[in-house]
Design a protein. Structure first.
Length: 241
């Protein structure tokens, strides 16, 4: 008991510790660095303007919250290999492409404290580089060699596009219902939630498939009278002793 405040010191000590976003990043620091190295490596192009705008986008930084969530969910599920690193980069490419298109639609001039691509280079380059990011993301998806991953990300990307059109169609619509407003939010945040299902699929694929029947040549204490194949005593699908 604290003699000054009269409060229990146990209760004070049990107060949950406050954590910052940096503490969360620290949990996947090594993998997050690999994602940050992969992104500029896959933003290369023979077209000078694409290279220039790509460098500008990378230098603009950002929290990269979506890639971090992919890495965290992968770590929690014990995903091994490099698939989740590529997946995190794919999510960031898709997200950045939507931002480039958003800024054109919204006539934005600032993004993350810097001039937007459309303000600096114009609307046409911003849209076209956004398209380049979409296509590069799908190239990376092909490397993952998973139709299910492509299905999830294609659906998410399509949903985002629908959300953008819904938002555009309702500009100045003061009669817009709360349900419609929430639907726009759900669509526009599709890349924040749907990709978290993907590491679980990789985790399931990486686990060895359970054997429905024991190996036919496993040691057995008895033999079938008409067969020379030794069998497992627990096996019942071939014969009975």
């Amino acid at each position: 008991m604290n003699q000054i405040t009269g409060q229990s010191s146990v209760a004070q000590d049990s107060k949950p510790a406050e954590h910052t976003l940096d503490d969360v990043y620290h949990l996947v620091a090594e993998e997050f660095q690999r994602v940050n190295e992969l992104i500029p490596n896959r933003l290369t192009s023979d077209v000078e303007m694409v290279e220039e705008i790509g460098r500008y986008i990378v230098e603009s930084g950002g929290k990269r919250l979506r890639p971090m969530l992919v890495l965290l969910s992968s770590q929690a599920l014990g995903v091994k290999g490099d698939q989740h690193i590529h997946l995190a980069a794919i999510i960031e490419f898709l997200h950045t492409a939507t931002l480039l298109h958003d800024d054109v639609v919204d006539n934005s001039v600032l993004r993350r404290g810097r001039a937007t691509v459309n303000d600096r280079w114009g609307n046409a380059p911003s849209v076209l580089v956004g398209d380049f990011l979409y296509s590069r993301a799908f190239q990376l998806m092909v490397e993952l060699a998973s139709l299910k991953v492509m299905e999830i990300l294609a659906r998410a990307t399509n949903t985002i596009a629908e959300g953008e059109v819904m938002q555009l169609a309702n500009i100045g619509n003061c009669a817009m219902s709360e349900a419609d407003y929430r639907e726009v939010i759900r669509c526009k945040t599709a890349l924040l939630s749907k990709p978290l299902r993907i590491p679980a699929r990789y985790w399931r694929q990486s686990k060895p498939a359970p054997q429905t029947h024991p190996p036919p040549f496993q040691a057995c204490s008895q033999r079938h009278p008409k067969s020379r194949i030794p069998r497992n005593p627990q096996c019942s699908h071939r014969c009975k002793h």
